[in-house]
Design a protein around this ligand. Structure first.
Ligand SMILES: [Zn+2]
Length: 639
């Protein structure tokens, strides 16, 4: 615990820890030679979270030409849209927008400018935003929309210089998944539609812009030009702008970050090339050219976001001991599951997240062995059981989510991730790895650059694996996983010897047989610490809390996962000496996985003084949180 190298960061101020020397510039990428054609597929409109009429007209390419304006906190410029008619007589294209100021719409017909055209914008819906309807003629072949984003766009967080490590320059980063690409540009914001994109960005001097694309060099006009030749769904559109440096890990993998954390991050993620090899060995080639990562400021609300060619990561992964790099394995795995083969709607989110969590665990096993992989399975399983019991209604614990879900946030629980992964563990166990591994590899290959539904997967499973191995599983068993609530009793029951030994020691300490100092924790990994802390029994005395804290210096630990597990116990047990450090954690970490549950536990306290304390902390911390986190915690605190 104490051997972890501390990384100190804050939503508001960051200590400068290291001076970077000689960051290498990334190799300019040549055109990718991988196959990029979208799999032709008939799409029925089955995504209720979009206004787009993608069953009639589909966007094929988006070009952005934007000023990144930090003073006004807006992106301002022109979106140029290429499209194809799915229905030849379609006379209108409907795009998603949210909080965008549309200044004008012009069209090209037969390759010639036609001038401005009329358009309509529907009344705003709180979740979906505003539909932009543009009439088309037989000859319309391109649409130019002059627009600007809102300073309050939920997909964009604008940080002041004080909120960055370097303190000299502001910072911008985006988060488009699930419905926020429409706060960045007018487009068809559904995972069912894939488009290529290009962008020209103008940014203030001293700042480097990056996108989920080939990273552009500055040209003679001081503009940065980006190309994304592989078709992607809109939620993978991404931008980051800041005082960002680069460090290579190998010839096609590297890390971008603010200087204070650059060397530490490159060291923490130094095994990414082996992860890529393991993925490639199991599931076929990496098809996206470069794979880079960017470590964002601590207000980034997620562990990671799988933006293609450039995963976005929270700095809380930089623990100093590579114990949290499964998140890198996860984001990289999305290069196959999610980015290459994409859920057609958020009702099928497990096809992205469950597959990815499964692949992540297989890669961790390849790299670090079964012991670590099983520990991660057990920890995940504990989290998933909690998610199932926390679900607002049983339908939200099905893998195929119900038609009447109210927001895609409901899809991003551990049900999609870990129940989804466990469904695949179940299939792997029943069919055997020698059959299941080639089957999954073929699934990724056959559906590359396509959008898929749960039903697509089930029929592919039947045709390519089940049909010839009918004894392995029954249809009822499969249906219980996909269309039934909770965790089926056919689930794998992972057992970790390492955790059993932790449990024995823990029981001895709880019963008073041994002192905390006598626990044999020297060889414990972060995983064993998490298991120990998560499973402490109810009703520990203040003296027992104090003994643990004094022996292991848990309060204020710089490993964010361990800190989070400890603070959850602190709240449960009402151990007040830890509250000042809990407050500083809430003020400095914006990762939703931690802060949503911490605020939830504080707000659910039966002590009014604790609830009031939490409300005060939130009021102070809120301006530093990402707009997505603000919305989520506003809801939590209103409960
Ligand atoms: Zn994921």
């Amino acid at each position: 615990m104490t051997n972890l190298k501390p990384i100190i960061f804050s939503l508001f101020s960051v200590a400068l820890l290291t001076a970077c020397q000689g960051a290498e510039a990334p190799v300019k990428e040549s055109a990718s030679s991988t196959k990029t054609e979208a799999t032709p597929r008939v799409i029925t409109k089955d995504d209720k979270f979009t206004y787009a009429n993608y069953d009639e007209v589909r966007v094929t390419h988006l070009d952005l030409n934007l000023d990144v304006n930090f003073e006004a906190k807006v992106l301002d410029g022109i979106a140029t849209i290429d499209f194809e008619k799915v229905k030849p007589d379609a006379d209108m294209i409907v795009l998603d927008t949210k909080d965008l100021l549309i200044k004008s719409v012009r069209v090209f017909a037969d390759g010639k400018p036609e001038g401005v055209t009329d358009y309509t914008i529907d009344a705003a819906d709180k979740v979906l935003g505003e539909a932009l309807r543009i009439p088309l003629t037989d000859k319309t072949d391109q649409i130019l929309i002059s627009y600007r984003t809102s300073p309050k766009a939920e997909g964009l967080q604008w940080l002041s210089p004080e909120q960055t490590a370097g303190k000299k320059h502001p910072y911008l980063f985006s988060q488009a998944q699930a419905l926020n690409a429409r706060t960045m540009a007018p487009l068809q914001d559904t995972p069912a539609v894939r488009m290529t994109y290009s962008a020209t960005l103008r940014v203030p001097d001293g700042l480097l812009p990056l996108m989920s694309a080939s990273q552009g060099a500055k040209d003679e006009n001081d503009e940065y030009r980006f190309e994304m030749p592989q078709p992607i769904p809109s939620y993978l559109l991404a931008i980051a702008v800041g005082d960002i440096k680069f460090k290579a890990i190998n010839d096609h993998i590297g890390v971008y970050a603010e200087e204070y954390i650059l060397d530490a991050a490159a060291e923490e993620f130094s095994e990414t090339p082996q992860m890529e090899e393991a993925n490639t060995k199991l599931y076929g080639p990496y098809r996206w050219g470069r794979y880079d990562m960017i470590v964002l400021p601590p207000s980034f609300p997620y562990g990671g976001m799988e933006n293609p060619r450039l995963s976005f990561l929270t700095p809380t992964l930089v623990a100093g001991d590579k114990s949290l790099t499964n998140v890198v394995a996860h984001e990289l795995a999305h290069s196959w599951s999610g980015n290459l083969v994409t859920n057609a709607s958020w009702r099928d989110a497990w096809l992205n997240e469950g597959f990815t969590s499964y692949v992540e665990n297989r890669v961790m096993e390849e790299l670090y062995g079964e012991r670590r992989a099983v520990m991660e399975q057990v920890l995940d399983m504990e989290g998933m059981k909690r998610a199932i019991s926390d679900a607002k209604r049983p339908e939200l614990t099905h893998l195929k989510l119900p038609k009447d879900m109210v927001h895609p946030d409901e899809a991003f629980t551990l049900v999609s991730y870990i129940k989804g992964a466990n469904f695949l563990f179940f299939l792997e166990d029943r069919f055997g790895r020698e059959k299941f591994d080639p089957f999954l590899k073929a699934w990724f290959n056959d559906n590359a650059f396509g959008a898929v539904t749960t039903e697509d997967f089930l029929s592919y499973l039947h045709e390519n694996l089940h049909k010839d191995n009918m004894d392995a599983v029954t249809k009822d068993e499969i249906d219980a996983w996909v269309y039934g609530p909770g965790l089926p009793d056919t689930a794998r029951k992972p057992v970790s010897d390492a955790f059993e030994s932790v449990d024995e020691q823990s029981a001895d300490w709880v019963s008073g047989k041994v002192k905390a100092a006598e626990l044999k924790t020297d060889a414990w990994s972060t995983h064993e610490w998490l298991h120990f802390l998560n499973n402490l029994p109810e009703g520990l005395s203040e003296a027992q809390f104090a003994e643990l804290d004094e022996t292991f210096a848990l309060t204020g630990t710089q490993n964010a996962e361990t800190a989070f597990a400890w603070y959850m116990q602190v709240i449960k047990g009402g151990y007040e000496p830890a509250y000042p450090e809990l407050e500083s954690f809430l003020m400095t970490v914006g990762r939703g996985k931690f802060i949503y549950r911490l605020y939830g536990a504080l707000n659910a306290s039966d002590r009014e003084d604790v609830q009031l304390w939490a409300a005060d902390v939130y009021e102070a911390a809120r301006p530093g949180y990402h707009p997505i986190a603000q919305r989520r915690i506003d809801d939590i605190m209103a409960e």
